[in-house]
Design a protein around this ligand. Structure first.
Ligand code: HEC
Length: 346
């Protein structure tokens, strides 16, 4: 009974809808001959509005053109000078951050190195401070120098509220970003303003993938290299242990294992080479160091203090590792040291 009723109601609705459509069409037909010019003008205006709306979605109406200053004191406006017609990588940082920002900066630095001199020409890197009161252009300059970020990567500061607005528009605004480091994971966005393609990216993303996205995908593969790799020849992936996976995503941006002193890898490094580190440091020291390097630095642990001075005052970040993670990393570092030593002996 209920079913019948529902079917009946649906039938009536369909009938009414059909009737309305018919009525609308009829009135159109009637109106057209009388007022053809007005009708065409209205249609055109509607089409124009639609085109403008489509275009304006990601243009200067959407993105605030807020004034910003870079680490060299140059003044820029966000829409006009930072993103307009460009392929960009934008992240939000603050220089006093002791956990995720240093890792993110180190990872972006790897991406920057892969892209080489294209950065500043057809791919642009920006790190915008979410703590602009502390991060003056001078402070940002010192930060850029500390991480040796190289040319083509601008560090920007500006008005606090305007930067909050910007983060909201970029979909990267999170309350209490400073307090909860895990929220900071998604603070990188890459995109092409003119095509309107944007995507959020994790700073833990493989730097080669990020470089490909920035250098090729967002450029519609316009400078595709000849002799591309094909899938048939792709090397097989080794199965990674938990420790190795953690190391690659959380540590490799700053550390190497047994890189020769003059090698490119060694020049790119931010922190110490870790070959043999499980032999040269006490196990308890290492466990604590991986768990809370920031506190050990604050407490002036003698080894930490010496290392800090040696490494341009770049602080090893607190990566909020669990005990299980720390154990897995220690095991990996032990095995990797042994592997590198054995390889060198061959
Ligand atoms: C942003 C860069 C950065 C990241 C990411 C990073 N480190 Fe470090 N690490 C450093 C720096 C710099 C030092 C030297 C001490 C200092 O300046 O704080 C250091 C020191 C160390 C040391 C002591 C080395 C020695 O000679 O005693 C170990 C061990 C270490 N890191 C392991 C790790 C592991 C494991 C990870 C990943 C979970 C990691 N680090 C992530 C920068 C980093």
């Amino acid at each position: 009974m209920t079913l019948d009723l529902r079917l009946a109601t649906r039938g009536i609705t369909a009938f009414l809808l059909a009737g309305a459509a018919f009525a609308a069409q009829a009135s159109d037909d009637v109106a057209a001959p009388h007022d053809h010019a007005a009708h065409m003008a209205a249609m055109q205006a509607a089409a124009e509005a639609k085109a403008a709306a489509a275009k304006s979605r990601w243009n200067g109406d959407y993105f605030p053109n807020i004034p910003l200053v870079d680490q060299d004191g140059n003044h820029l406006n966000f829409f006009d000078d930072v993103i307009k017609d460009k392929v960009v990588a934008i992240n939000f940082i603050f220089t006093s951050c002791t956990d995720s920002c240093p890792l993110e900066t180190a990872r972006l630095r790897e991406v920057r190195q892969i892209l080489g001199d294209r950065v500043g020409k057809d791919v642009f890197f920006y790190s915008i401070s979410i703590d602009p009161e502390t991060d003056t252009p001078e402070v940002l300059k010192a930060y850029a120098e500390k991480y040796d970020t190289g040319p083509g990567w601008r560090f920007l500061t500006g008005d606090k509220d305007e930067i909050i607005l910007l983060r909201k528009r970029l979909g990267l605004y999170l309350e209490d970003i400073a307090k909860d480091s895990t929220d900071h994971n998604l603070s990188l966005i890459i995109g092409n303003q003119s095509t309107g393609r944007w995507m959020k990216s994790s700073p833990f993303e493989n730097p080669h993938i990020l470089a490909t996205q920035l250098g090729s995908w967002l450029h519609n593969w316009k400078d595709r290299k000849s002799g591309r790799n094909d899938y048939a020849k792709a090397p097989e992936l080794r199965k990674l242990t938990r420790g190795e996976e953690l190391f690659r995503t959380r540590c490799a941006a700053c550390h190497t294992f047994g890189a020769a002193a003059e090698s490119v890898a060694s020049l790119r490094r931010i922190g110490p080479d870790l070959k043999g580190v499980t032999d040269r440091r006490e196990q308890t020291w290492l466990v604590r160091w991986l768990s809370e390097p920031d506190r050990m630095i604050a407490e002036k642990d003698p080894i930490a203090t010496a290392l800090l001075a040696e490494y341009r005052n770049v602080m090893m970040p607190n990566l909020r590792l669990s005990r299980v993670d720390v154990a897995a990393l220690l095991e990996f570092m032990r095995n990797e040291s042994a592997r590198v030593v054995a390889q060198a002996a061959r």
